[in-house]
Design a protein around this ligand. Structure first.
Ligand SMILES: Nc1nc2c(ncn2[C@@H]2O[C@H](COP(=O)(O)OP(=O)(O)OP(=O)(O)O)[C@@H](O)[C@H]2O)c(=O)[nH]1
Ligand SMILES: [Mg+2]
Length: 336
């Protein structure tokens, strides 16, 4: 018998995840996010064991400014996919309102009320403050755990703050951006180069008095998109309207994603994209390993602290101090 508090071993994690147990899945994500070195080691072993069971989902990023309606849309869209197509839907969401896990869970459960009641849904909020726009390496690895647990649709909610689109773009197959009707930043978004990364602009809250305005904006986006060259993937970004409250345009979003998947699988760009994303992941893993290695060098830590003190006391300047560190690093890596 294992109570919630007891440590799981590798096999318990593997068995639990492969059987689709949501509590174990949740624990595995927490384990991966841990900074303790024994947790890191175990979670790495776990990822290695599960990797052959990953990759069988469609990975969808949902970005947009705070208040664009991302969580509401995911609630409606995810429920639609479960009810209509019997899909298993995992949501990796960012909760900007809280930096504590407990608070996050409560926050997002209320925003995704319908979805959180579904047996085929898994919702994992992450605290926002520590990570840019809510995505980091752990989001990618959480996604892999979800795939091993049998989820076939992964939705990643991320707050659009410019750079976060690039980060989420590195881990999803399809990226959509929610725009509020009358947001007025259509051209600006394109200028920022975000266009290159977005597969669908969803003009959201196209309801009540906003329906006509939404259609006009859709046409404007369409015209702007026409100015850009065709992508290698063979996909040309779309603009569509949608209301999560009136539940209009929801099935059309799924149709677009299905079409995207068909086109990019047929011309192989789907897998090419995933392969290049694996290289990005590898770079992150290497950078983390180097960082871990260095921060575990106590001599180096002491030296940095001492040098910082000496800089404050005007005994050494920053450039000289950094040269000392170069020398120490050379010693550590055996290049003297
Ligand atoms: N009129 C209208 N309002 C909507 C729609 N979808 C969401 N809203 C409202 O927009 C507000 C923000 O919704 P959220 O789903 O929390 O937005 P979000 O983008 O997830 O926000 P953050 O997570 O804070 O970045 C809420 O008050 C929703 O009720 C819609 O389709 N139509
Ligand atoms: Mg939200």
């Amino acid at each position: 018998m294992h109570s919630g508090k007891q440590n799981f071993d590798l096999n318990q994690y593997i068995k639990g995840i492969l059987s689709g147990d949501r509590a174990t899945l949740s624990r595995a994500i927490t384990l991966r996010e841990s900074t303790l070195s024994e947790h890191k080691l175990l979670s790495e072993k776990l990822l290695k064991s599960l990797i052959k069971h990953t990759g069988n989902s469609i990975r969808i990023g949902v970005t947009g400014i705070p208040g664009a309606g991302k969580s509401t849309f995911i609630d409606v869209f995810g429920s639609y996919l479960i009810e209509k197509f019997n899909k298993k839907v995992a949501v990796l969401a960012v909760d900007p309102s809280s930096n504590e896990n407990q608070g996050s869970i409560l926050g997002d459960k209320t925003r995704m009320e319908r979805l959180s009641r579904q047996k085929s849904a898994f919702i994992r909020p992450s605290p926002n403050k520590t990570i840019l726009g809510g995505v980091n390496q752990y989001t990618r690895e959480s996604m892999l755990f979800c795939e091993a647990a049998g989820y076939d649709i992964i939705l990643i909610e991320t707050v659009g703050v410019g750079q976060s689109e690039a980060k989420v773009h590195d881990m999803v197959d399809f990226l959509m951006m929610l725009q509020i009707v009358g947001g007025g930043d259509d051209l600006q978004a394109i200028k920022k180069g975000i266009y290159e990364k977005i597969d669908l602009i969803l003009i959201h809250k196209a309801d009540q008095n906003n329906k006509i305005e939404a259609e006009i904006e859709k046409v404007n986006f369409f015209k702007n998109f026409a100015l850009f060259p065709k992508r290698d993937s063979g996909w040309h970004p779309r603009a569509q309207t949608c209301s999560s409250i009136e539940k209009t345009g929801i099935s059309e979003v799924w149709n677009t994603i299905a079409e995207f998947e068909k086109i990019t699988r047929e011309n192989d760009s789907f897998f090419k994209n995933r392969k290049s994303q694996n290289s990005v992941w590898f770079h992150h893993l290497v950078a983390n390993k180097i960082q871990d290695f260095i921060t575990n060098q106590s001599d180096l830590k002491i030296e940095i602290k001492n040098l910082q003190k000496r800089i404050q006391n005007d005994e050494i300047n920053s450039i000289e101090a950094s040269e000392r560190i170069t020398e120490t690093l050379k010693k550590i890596f055996g290049q003297v």
